[in-house]
Design a protein around this ligand. Structure first.
Ligand code: ATP
Ligand code: MG
Length: 505
């Protein structure tokens, strides 16, 4: 049928300043293939794909499309060649409708070329949604859609260019299980139509589910390409990190006699938080499990003073407090590492050092006036080392780091603030397996130093591995508590789906 691979890349190199992001990399994509691209944070995955999508220009190497050598000089050129990319961070305009987003810049005009032909626009978008078997009104404002639906709109946009190559960079990072299933269904369908799909993800289980082959990069180098069906996850991890990962000993300390650092009673906020009660002690890692939308983030935000509550009492070290703003929460020693980094976590235009130190500035004020530049730098460098943040220096702008390394910068920032009570909301989202292990070690060390940690995670293995005690939420309520010893994926899932209507009578 098709004699040539859809895409074939050879000897591709790309450097950013002193960083060799790609070093003689090869890659091949077949018609109707789902090809997973794996590698640690900063390995070069996004860079490779951005070159194919015309976002970056290669330094050297060859790219062939269906056997023909091509130069991809711009995103527009890539689109014209049938290559579309859905970026790690979505790029939609929230104030426009789904249809307007899909055809932005190439809207059909009415006969007089003056007015947009909204009807034609919506009809065309509707036809694409139909092709995807997606139930979505093209006139819906994108801002009001869930992340999952926004992603579907991005895919629709890609399809509107008649793409033969569709690149998805960590598409499921913010999706729940049902939404992932929906995405996989659409991927299957595109595959049947002969579209080649490049799939970047840090979730090892997805690899088996969705991909035909996997290519692994490490430190900008090509490591290998193997068929997924006959390969074990451990083999892929071994290729990614270049070493076997040591499993840390699981140790659950007895914290039952420790001081209660945070106590929350009768917390309510509309339907999002319903009569939530819990406490965390010094040295404890409390896991907050549940499906997406169960209310875990809402609880963290309420305690942190980011959202108003209807009622409830919060005690910090036994003392009742009224936390009205995040700033107040931080003064009381409460930290919140948000799941939404872009919005709350990082000033991406600033450098690594400023991001880490900005919120701890007071600590670096000498006599209240002079910033101790040297102390800031030393602290930032220490954290960059201990978290293994891949950056040429601490004065690199954060937006130039890979996605996972940006996440580590957020963690570094909170570590420096020296809070006693720390909420970690999906701390390892977008983080590679090796760095995950580092972050787990770090959380354990923080608990060992006597901090109280609340960890929100949608990944059950992570909750089970890290928590000393687990609270499960469903629809705004706490539906159960499990000790580390008695918890299992099944028991958590059971509690996480315990809707009120089922338990009422
Ligand atoms: N525009 C840029 N300027 C400078 N350095 C960059 C730029 N884009 C990427 N890099 C660097 O190139 C390397 C590869 O980054 P890339 O984003 O491709 O990694 P990745 O494999 O996608 O990682 P992640 O899993 O964290 O998303 C990193 O060291 C990154 O900091
Ligand atoms: Mg990336």
């Amino acid at each position: 049928m098709n004699a040539f691979p859809l895409v074939s890349v050879r000897g591709l190199s790309k450097a950013f300043g002193g960083v060799q992001a790609l070093d003689g990399v090869q890659f091949e994509l077949l018609h109707g293939e789902v090809h997973a691209l794996m590698g640690e944070n900063g390995a070069g995955k996004s860079t490779l794909m951005k070159i194919l999508a015309g976002v970056y220009q290669k330094d050297s190497g060859e790219i062939r499309l269906a056997g023909e050598p091509v130069e991809i000089r711009s995103p527009r050129a890539a689109q014209a060649l049938g290559i579309s990319i859905i970026h790690q961070e979505l790029n939609l305009m929230n104030h426009l409708t789904a249809a307007q987003n899909i055809f932005i810049g190439r809207e059909p005009r009415t006969r007089f070329r003056l007015f947009l032909d909204e009807e034609a626009l919506n009809a065309r978008a509707g036809a694409i949604f139909q092709r995807m078997h997606l139930h979505l009104d093209p006139r819906t404002g994108v801002g009001s859609l869930t992340v999952a639906k926004q992603q579907m709109v991005e895919i629709a946009k890609a399809l509107s260019f008649d793409s033969r190559v569709l690149i998805m960079d960590e598409p499921t990072a913010a999706l729940n299980n049902a939404e992932i299933a929906e995405l996989f269904r659409i991927i299957e369908q595109l595959k049947q139509q002969g579209v080649g799909i490049v799939y970047i993800s840090h979730k090892m289980d997805e690899l088996k589910q969705i991909s035909d082959r996997v290519t692994v990069l490490r430190d900008g180098q090509y490591i290998g390409t193997i068929p997924t069906a006959t390969t074990s996850v451990d083999t892929v991890i071994g290729m990614m990190v270049g070493r076997a990962l040591a499993q840390e000993e699981r140790h659950v300390p007895d914290t039952s006699g420790n001081e209660v650092l945070l106590q929350v009673s009768g917390l309510n906020r509309g339907a999002a938080i319903r009569d939530v009660n819990f406490q965390v002690r010094r040295g404890e890692v409390l896991g907050l499990a549940g499906l997406m939308g169960a209310g875990r983030t809402e609880v963290a935000r309420a305690v942190f003073g980011a959202d108003r509550v209807d009622s409830g009492e919060v005690r910090v070290r036994g003392r009742p407090v009224q936390i009205r703003t995040p700033r107040h929460a931080v003064e009381l020693g409460i930290g919140y590492l948000s799941e939404d980094r872009k919005q709350f976590g990082l000033a991406t235009g600033l450098d690594v050092e400023s991001n880490i130190a900005l919120s701890s500035m007071r600590r670096f004020l000498q006599a209240g006036i002079f910033l101790q530049q040297g102390a800031i730098r030393a602290a930032a460098e220490r954290l960059v080392r201990s978290l293994n943040i891949r950056t040429p220096s601490v004065v690199q702008q954060v937006r130039l780091l890979s996605g996972g390394n940006q996440q580590k910068v957020v963690i570094a920032k909170w570590l420096l603030r020296d809070c006693d009570i720390l909420f970690f909301d999906e701390p390892t989202r977008g983080i590679d397996v090796g760095a995950k292990a580092e972050i787990y070690k770090l959380l354990n060390a923080l608990a060992g130093q006597g901090k109280a940690i609340v960890m929100i995670s949608s990944e059950l293995p992570e909750i089970l591995r890290m928590s000393h005690r687990i609270l499960v939420m469903c629809e705004g309520r706490i539906t159960g508590e499990l000790a580390a010893g008695e918890a299992s994926q099944e028991r958590i899932m059971h509690l996480a789906t315990q809707r009120e209507t089922l338990t009422a009578e």
